[in-house]
Design a protein. Structure first.
Length: 343
């Protein structure tokens, strides 16, 4: 559809809910700009909006005129690689300051050529060169080897320094360092989802509305996962016919097979492929049962409860499953269960 207000992946035009977290980030950056040092840890399952919030933080830091480094940690990266990439990012900022005449020439070369891998020294030198505060944003910290020791080191620096802010995201639940700020992202509420649809569609004349039944089934199928909801809305609007007044539940049902096929290529396929054979057996059982306890899953996959609990913990840390009432588990979204059931 022309002027589709939704985006399938990447930064959406507006954040779905997360108003409290946005206010927290704005306050965090304001404090850094005022001379304080802070550490913020954002934890949440896959698709809950961690990266979107980090990008929002980057935009807000730039509004505050704060130099900002944005790093994405790849699987099995170590501390040495993280620091190397951080130095490259800081060097980029120093060069920009040079070009604008804010610092002396050749400052970038002297910084990047330094052999020190000491994170404390890098932060201090960067602040000395830039003569301003610094914001370091790190996505997917849990991909780093020994992530806990790295965030503890960063939090220690934030405690000693002035005008430095660390904003770090993780799917795996890491222990928040003493004194750090922590926010955990859960599924969004259905009412917030409906308000988001209204906000995104009301400005365009002739834009079809989402029917009540359709909105309900989309929320249920997604498990309230913002990334998945954003994709479903994008797909339905992308395939809506010109002149349609409403997007119905029937639109979704008729499109579900194609939606699952696209998700298999763009998201679910890689997520499932990352699981071990034993983890796949747990995922299959949850796809069939919908919700189950450790005892029920262990009995179904013919394993002892101890190893089964370990498998569930791994899947919980990866974001494939979520914990629900009475110690039971389920897949993070019914749509993911539909995908696994067809495997």
């Amino acid at each position: 559809m022309k002027n589709n207000p939704f985006t399938p992946w990447g930064m959406p035009k507006a954040i779905m809910d997360r108003k409290t977290e946005q206010k927290l980030i704005i306050n965090f950056l304001s404090q850094v700009a005022s001379g304080s040092s802070w550490f913020l840890l954002i934890i949440g399952g896959i698709g809950t909006g961690k990266t979107t919030l980090l990008r929002f933080a980057k935009q807000e830091a730039e509004k505050e005129k704060l130099p900002v480094c944005f790093l994405k940690i790849h699987k099995n990266s170590d501390r040495k690689e993280l620091i190397k990439n951080l130095k490259v990012e800081i060097n980029r900022i120093v060069r920009e300051f040079e070009e604008n005449g804010n610092i002396e020439k050749n400052a970038a070369e002297s910084f990047i050529s330094a052999k020190s891998a000491d994170l404390d020294w890098i932060i201090k030198m960067a602040k000395k060169l830039l003569k301003t505060g610094l914001v370091i944003i790190i996505s997917q910290m849990d991909n780093c080897k020994k992530p806990q020791s790295v965030i503890d080191e960063m939090a220690s620096i934030a405690e000693r320094e002035k005008e430095v802010g660390f904003i770090v995201s993780s799917t795996k639940r890491l222990r928040p360092p003493l004194g750090c700020m922590l926010t955990e992202l859960k599924a969004i509420e259905e009412q917030d989802f409906r308000e988001y649809i209204e906000k995104m569609t009301k400005s365009e004349e002739g834009m079809p509305k989402v029917g009540e039944e359709c909105a309900r089934v989309l929320y249920q199928e997604s498990g309230g996962n913002p990334r998945l909801l954003q994709f479903l809305l994008w797909y339905l609007y992308e395939n809506a016919h010109e002149g349609e007044q409403i997007i119905t539940k029937a639109h979704y049902i008729s499109s579900k097979k194609a939606i699952l096929s696209m998700l298999a290529n763009e998201w679910f396929g890689a997520l499932y492929a990352d699981a071990s054979p034993a983890e796949k057996s747990v995922l299959k059982q949850l796809a069939l049962s919908g919700e189950a306890t450790v005892t029920e899953i262990a009995r179904a996959i013919k394993k002892n409860e101890g190893p089964t609990a370990t498998l569930l913990l791994r899947l919980l840390e990866r974001g494939d499953v979520i914990k629900v009432k009475r110690g039971a588990y389920k897949l993070f979204a019914p749509l993911y269960a539909s995908f696994i059931a067809e495997m």
